[in-house]
Design a protein around this ligand. Structure first.
Ligand code: G6P
Length: 603
């Protein structure tokens, strides 16, 4: 998500940081900043928006000579994209940059505030620098203060910290978010991704979770999670920047499919708690007086909305309808002020969704958006926003944004169900447990990917694909079909399995490919008989299920059969990989399919 760069050495530090951050631009950001300690003196610059704004602000600043520097591009997750919330965050004599989320920042912040510390930002990150300085004030040596600080942190982080208490030193720590140290003689670089240092250094060490330490000119001290020292064994840095940007994957879409397991962890971090679901971004009483929900979105986000409606009605027992934004705008809908209007948008800029939102607001409805981009038009226009925290999505065909939207809707369901008293405590515990296991259902196993790759060669022709499913797996069927048509240009439709016999089954023959989503935990026998009907008409069937299905021509066995949502996420990954492998075999540009745009800002 965010980008980190650090440098220790005599060169002009501002340009090293800005150039490094520029290389990380592709990851998306909404503000940026850097801090330098040189000649024992600290300086910092921050700016909202593009790096050019930061360059302009720091135009007159130079910093040659021995020193250390840290820089950051921020993608807002806690607090708006403002200058105050941009990194580095400062205390009285130190600065910190951080990627990830400090899950226990609230109790830490309260503790520090009780000791008289004043906070400037709304971020979770700021606690790090204040904790560090409190430890120094308590008399600890700088490195011991840093060690004690990270010992208090829960959550995910990659951290760089500089301080007047230890000039020319960078303290670093990694847990869950990527961080590397790259070396060029006496000079030391840090980065969240190797693209930032390719061409500057030749070798690098990629930190493992729980590792931390400090670096000074020509010296890096690394410690393992059990506080034992560890030797720094570097490997050569890759030379191809484009490959490095894709983390070695062939396409951004592939990288984003693989990232889903991690970003879903970010989505639930600090929100899925033992006792229930909390959204600190929602004002108190936000749902008071709400009697129904209307969800409005386009494309993939609409499919997430359809999934959410099943969850909301079933578990939170609240009437919920879902509308395609371009249709909603002109249907002269009846809108009642006790309806919550929920928009879903990856970009936050989709024109139809934005206009539908404005209409709902004019009718006096309260609005909530589930969005991936803070400060986007839809976020600004809405009464409240829940950010999906997927990080920038480059592939035009949406994958990780969809996964995180669905996750937020599932969390919202539980949150509302608790408020409305529609859920037994055993159900709440079961759902929370399943939410926490979602990252593992989203992991891509090499064997599975290889199997899908092999199967894909049989699905490059035919007169059409039907993705079929029931209940929650109907919107997933719609989304699976959309993925396939977006990038393979093959005709594909998503259909409710029970509806096939009311028309589409007329198309069934050996050249009709049916992708059947057959979860164990939701209406298995029903979907099974629907697939049998198709098989009897000789349709070619690819069954995706934890249960062996003898009538299938091809079969992909899934593993997570203990909860419908875990089955949902696992099958989602299968359909995404299938679409991608078919498109690659057909020679298409997976990341930039013809005729499509990532963000559609016109009607
Ligand atoms: C475009 C994109 C789709 C996306 C849709 C809605 O059509 O190609 O991938 O689902 O817009 O975008 P949004 O940013 O509002 O989710």
């Amino acid at each position: 998500m965010c980008g980190i760069v650090g440098y220790i050495g005599p060169k002009e530090k501002k340009s090293i940081l800005l150039d490094g951050l520029q290389e990380l631009e592709y990851r998306g950001y909404d503000s940026a900043g850097f801090a330098v300690i040189s000649g024992g003196k600290l300086s910092h610059f921050k700016a909202v928006g593009k790096l050019a704004n930061l360059r302009k602000k720091a135009a007159d600043f130079t910093s040659e000579g021995p020193g250390a520097a840290i820089g950051h591009t921020r993608w807002a997750t806690h607090g708006k994209p403002t200058e105050l919330n941009a990194h580095p965050h400062m205390g009285a004599f130190s600065y910190v940059v951080h990627n990830g989320i400090i899950e226990n920042y609230r109790p830490l912040k309260e503790e520090l505030e009780a000791q008289g510390v004043r906070f400037l930002s709304q971020t979770d990150t700021e606690v790090i620098v204040h904790l560090f300085e409190q430890k120094i004030r308590e008399g600890l040596e700088p490195f011991e203060a840093f060690r004690a600080t990270i010992g208090r942190l829960e959550g995910a982080y990659a951290i760089l910290l500089i301080s007047e208490a230890a000039p020319e030193t960078i303290f670093f720590a990694k847990n869950g978010s990527p961080l590397l140290i790259a070396l060029d003689g006496e000079e030391i670089y840090f980065a969240s991704s190797d693209t930032a240092v390719i061409g500057k250094a030749q070798e690098a060490y990629y930190l493992e979770d729980g590792e931390y330490g400090y670096a000074r000119p020509g010296e890096v001290r690394l410690y393992r999670p059990d506080d034992e020292p560890k030797a720094l064994t570097t490997i050569p840095l890759p030379s191809d920047k484009a490959m490095a940007q894709k983390d070695g994957y062939r396409f951004f879409m592939e990288k984003e499919i693989y990232e889903q397991s991690t970003v879903i962890g970010d989505t639930i971090l600090g929100r899925v708690l033992d006792e229930g679901i909390e959204f600190e971004e929602l004002p108190d009483g936000f749902f008071d007086g709400i009697a129904s929900i209307t969800i409005c979105a386009c494309g993939t986000s609409y499919h997430a909305g359809l999934t959410g409606a099943y969850l909301l009605e079933r578990m939170a027992r609240i009437p919920c309808r879902v509308e395609i934004a371009s249709e909603f705008r002109y249907k002269e809908p009846l809108l009642s002020p006790d309806t919550l209007f929920v928009t879903i948008s990856q970009s936050g800029e989709t024109a139809d969704t934005l206009e539908a939102l404005k209409m709902a607001k004019r009718a006096g409805l309260r609005s909530l958006t589930i969005c991936n981009v803070d400060n986007s038009s839809i976020v600004r226009e809405s009464d409240a926003a829940i950010l999906t925290r997927a990080g920038i999505e480059k592939g035009v065909a949406s994958t990780k944004a969809f996964a995180t939207q669905v996750m937020v809707l599932w969390m919202l369901t539980l949150h509302l169900g608790q408020k409305r008293g529609t859920l037994e405590s055993a159900t709440i515990r079961r759902e929370i447990d399943a939410m926490r296991r979602s990252p593992s259902a989203l992991l891509v196993e090499e064997k599975l990917h290889e199997r899908i790759h092999r199967l894909s060669k049989r699905y490059l022709h035919g007169h059409g694909f039907f993705f079929i499913g029931r209940d929650l797996f109907f919107p997933l069927a719609l989304e699976g079909a959309l993925k396939l048509k977006e990038i393979s240009y093959l005709h594909a439709e998503g259909y409710p399995a029970g509806e096939m016999k009311h028309g589409p089954i007329a198309l069934a023959d050996a050249e009709l490919f049916t992708i059947a989503l057959m979860p164990r935990t939701l209406l298995y026998d029903k979907i099974k008989s629907n697939v049998e009907e198709l098989s009897a008409r000789d349709a070619t069937i690819l069954a995706i299920s934890p249960e062996e299905f003898e009538l299938a021509d091809d079969f992909i066995r899934t593993k997570h059969a203990e909860h419908p949502m875990l089955e949902f996420f696992e099958m989602m990954v299968v359909t995404q990989l299938l679409a991608m492998e078919i498109a690659i075999r057909l020679g298409n540009d997976v990341d930039m399919p013809r005729n499509l745009a990532k963000s559609v800002t016109v009607e």
